[in-house]
Every structure is written in structure tokens, then in C-alpha cells.
Ligand binder design. Structure first.
Ligand code: CMP
Length: 136
């Protein structure tokens, strides 16, 4: 049963390009995360910069925004018990080479930039990120 917690997941350009969306979604479903809504889009660099503005002071910010806007992405709302934490566990560590076996980033990630997926890091940020893409 879902307790209604929601989180935002992004399938990044490297994974969309390799047609991994359905495989990644099946991992969410198998782990009781419901895909409530999904859409495919291609962000401009300005939109990517707005989305990632919490990272604006980081040395990798510009590269990060260039990357997220480099090709189509798929964004989705996931819902389920402890959805934020569960999604982060399923994704694995930010850098695929540190990610545990069986996690999405271990299975599909290429590098710290091309790490295939993004997931909200807290319930508060999930609300902000869901609102950014879905207006709800
Ligand atoms: P994500 O979960 O989308 O949130 C911010 C992203 O910055 C992160 O995944 C990485 O893909 C990217 N990134 C690039 N370089 C670094 C770095 N040195 N440390 C952390 N994140 C980085």
C-alpha cells in the first residue's frame, strides 16, 4: 500500500539515448514505486540551470546544465512508501563506480555526469521538483 509519498525521477539523456527508459521504469514498479505521471522533454540550458540552481555554486554546475540540456529526458512522478529514500537506494551512489551491484547507476551509469538518473533528495525538494515539471 502506498502512503502517498512522492518523488521526482529523471531519466537523463545518456539513458534515454540508449532506450533504457522501460528497463528503468520496470525497476521502479518491481520495487512498489508507482509511475503516476511521465513526460518526455528536451530542456533548454536556462531551464536546466533553473532546475539545478541548488548546485549553482559548485564547480561542475555549468557542465551539469549543459549535460541535462544536451538531449531528451524523461521525467516522472513516483509514488509509494518512503518513495524519496527508496528511489535513492534504487539509483545507487552518484558516481556509478561507487554504486552497489544491482542499482540503476551500477547497471547503466557511464560516469558521474552520465549517471542515467536523477532523484529528489528530500520530501521538500521532491515537491519543488514535481512542481517544476508538472505544475502540481
Ligand atoms: P544528480 O543526482 O542529478 O544531481 C546533481 C548532479 O551533478 C549529479 O547527479 C551528478 O550527475 C552531477 N555531478 C557532476 N559532477 C559532480 C561531482 N563532482 N559531484 C557530485 N555530482 C556531480
Amino acid at each position: 500500500m502506498s502512503n502517498g509519498e512522492r518523488t521526482l525521477s529523471i531519466i537523463k539523456p545518456d539513458a534515454v539515448e540508449r532506450n533504457l527508459s522501460e528497463k528503468i521504469k520496470s525497476i521502479f514498479l518491481k520495487n512498489n514505486l508507482l509511475v503516476l505521471d511521465t513526460k518526455k522533454l528536451h530542456l533548454s540550458k536556462d531551464e536546466a540551470a533553473e532546475f539545478y540552481k541548488v548546485h549553482q555554486s559548485k564547480p561542475f554546475y555549468d557542465q551539469l546544465c549543459n549535460y541535462l540540456s544536451s538531449g531528451p529526458i524523461e521525467v516522472m512522478i513516483l509514488e509509494g512508501e518512503n518513495a524519496v529514500l527508496k528511489n535513492r537506494e534504487l539509483m545507487g551512489a552518484t558516481d556509478p563506480k561507487n554504486a552497489k551491484d544491482g542499482t540503476i547507476r551500477k547497471l547503466y551509469g557511464v560516469s558521474i555526469d552520465k549517471n542515467s538518473v536523477h532523484g529528489s533528495d528530500s520530501v521538500d525538494n521532491a515537491k519543488i521538483e514535481i512542481n517544476f515539471f508538472f505544475n502540481k
